[in-house]
Ligand binder design. Structure first.
Ligand code: SF4
Length: 467
């Protein structure tokens, strides 16, 4: 089991093919959310929208993109936790705000969503979804401000937590990033067409060049081909989600201004220095650990082998033979290469361990094909705390590192040794300022506080998690 992200964003301004470009951007950002997808376009007078559950490749059929007329578009891929897959939660949300259409797409999670929502409901507000994203439009509508920019300011002044937002009006695309800068958002350009994307891989696919990261606390509006940018807030501290670099973002992306691939290799090199191993080969748990594994191999001098193969064609609709055969879930996705592993002392590099159940099954598979020794190396520190800033994590009780020390985890995994990258090693390897990252899931030091555990509160209130 991996931690799961919950959204990818794309914005397009200034193209007669806006819907198709947004579609391509969402295609590249599919890894950030697979439950539902949506695009809203503006033709200068009115909006055209399509939203549906499912993958980008399976959803926009027939004439859908042709019917999404206009030169401006915003798109959203969403991951939701169990129970929150209701259609009213699919984004972008479209509302009428003082007689004009507005669409909003959100990546992140507000830690004061339940308090805000409860207060608004007591005052008579009616919500159409269980997403915290809807709070932004309520807060904007309630403000006494006149311009879109100042209404947004009123909303951002009331919320706490993580948010990258795209807003579409009939004639503009607005992008903003929370003052802590939890999740990435970047600007790109191809000629006169201006793009905003969660990661630069969403720009590459449409032939746009990466211009820059939208800064924490910055709001950027694109209107009539002009880009205007300003700061709406400064945070006491930055808290960029370090898991974007460890696992979430694609390795071909630039996020937080750095190459994800280069940083993951640096994690692997540092891991090799912190936790060397006497071994014959290094293998990766593909694909997200590949770059860190290469770094480990380069630093240690231990040869890299492709000892585990991932089946990329496992769909969500795979029919498991019986409930007793749940172990086959891992076997269907990964297969060890017996000829490479039999009789070998193997270093296995993975990016994280969440519950530990999948890792244990993988290690048993390696033993079953004859691996003589197994030395697991993890390119992140132990995950001991849940995330409340837009990443779906199990409860603290379910996190193996919250209840077990490293030697106990090694015994549970049935491996010879286990080593995790240290928090210092992780942060120093990014090449950025260590204090600018959130590491709360490792340390419990939550950079944006909350009065009650947001996920628990939301589950009690809605039977659902506000995402
Ligand atoms: S708690 Fe962990 S997963 Fe969540 S934002 Fe912080 S670093 Fe990222």
């Amino acid at each position: 089991m991996r931690l799961k992200h919950n959204c990818g964003l794309i914005g397009v301004h200034g193209s007669g093919n806006a819907s198709r470009l947004a579609y391509m951007g969402l295609y590249a950002l599919q890894h950030r959310g697979q439950e539902s997808t949506g695009i809203v376009t503006s033709d200068g007078d009115c909006f055209h929208a399509f939203k549906a559950p499912g993958l980008v490749s399976e959803t926009y059929e027939g004439e859908i993109l042709t019917d999404l007329d206009g030169t401006l578009a915003i798109g959203h891929n969403r991951y939701s936790t169990t129970g929150s897959q209701r259609s009213s939660n699919i984004q972008p949300l479209v509302v009428d705000l003082r007689g004009k259409p507005l669409a909003i797409a959100h990546n992140g999670n507000l830690v004061n969503a339940c308090e805000l929502r409860n207060a608004m409901e007591m005052e008579g507000s009616i919500f159409q979804s269980t997403t915290d994203s809807e709070l932004f439009v309520h807060l904007m509508a309630r403000s006494k401000k006149k311009s879109l920019r100042s209404m947004i300011g009123a909303a951002t002044g009331a919320v706490r937590g993580s948010y990258c937002l795209l807003l579409l009006s009939v004639d503009s695309v607005t992008a903003l990033r929370d003052p802590n800068g939890f999740h990435p958002l970047c600007l790109g350009r191809n000629g006169d067409v201006i793009f905003v994307a969660s990661e630069s891989c969403g720009l590459d696919i449409v032939g746009a060049s990466y211009e820059r990261e939208i800064a924490p606390g910055e709001i950027v509006t694109v209107c009539g081909g002009e880009v205007t940018a300003s700061r709406f807030a400064e945070a006491d501290r930055l808290s960029m989600c370090v898991f974007e670099l460890i696992y979430f973002s694609r390795p071909d992306s630039v996020v937080f201004g750095v190459s994800v691939d280069a940083v993951r290799k640096a994690f692997g090199r540092r891991l090799a220095r912190e936790h060397p191993a006497d071994a014959d080969i290094v293998i990766s748990v593909p694909d997200s650990s590949n770059a860190a594994t290469l770094g480990y191999s380069q630093e240690s001098g231990i040869p890299l082998e492709f000892g585990m193969i991932r089946n990329h064609y496992v769909g969500r609709t795979f029919i498991y033979p019986t409930s007793e055969l749940r172990d086959y879930r891992v076997r269907i996705k990964y297969n060890p290469v017996k000829e490479l592993l039999a009789g070998k002392r193997v270093v296995v590099v993975d990016d994280s361990i969440v519950r530990g159940t999948t890792s244990r099954k993988l290690m048993r598979m390696l033993r079953a094909v004859g691996a003589k020794e197994i030395h697991v190396r993890i390119s992140s520190p132990p995950i001991r705390f849940p995330c409340f800033y837009g990443i779906d994590t199990p409860t603290r009780e379910e996190l193996i590192a919250a209840k077990s020390k490293v030697p106990e985890i090694a015994r549970y995994l049935e491996v010879d040794t286990l080593g995790y990258l240290s928090v210092e090693g992780l942060l120093e390897s990014t090449g950025l300022t260590p204090g600018d990252f959130c590491v709360a899931c490792f340390t419990g030091d939550y950079p944006v506080g909350f009065t009650s555990e947001p996920k628990k509160f939301a589950l009690e209130r809605f039977g659902d998690f506000l995402v």
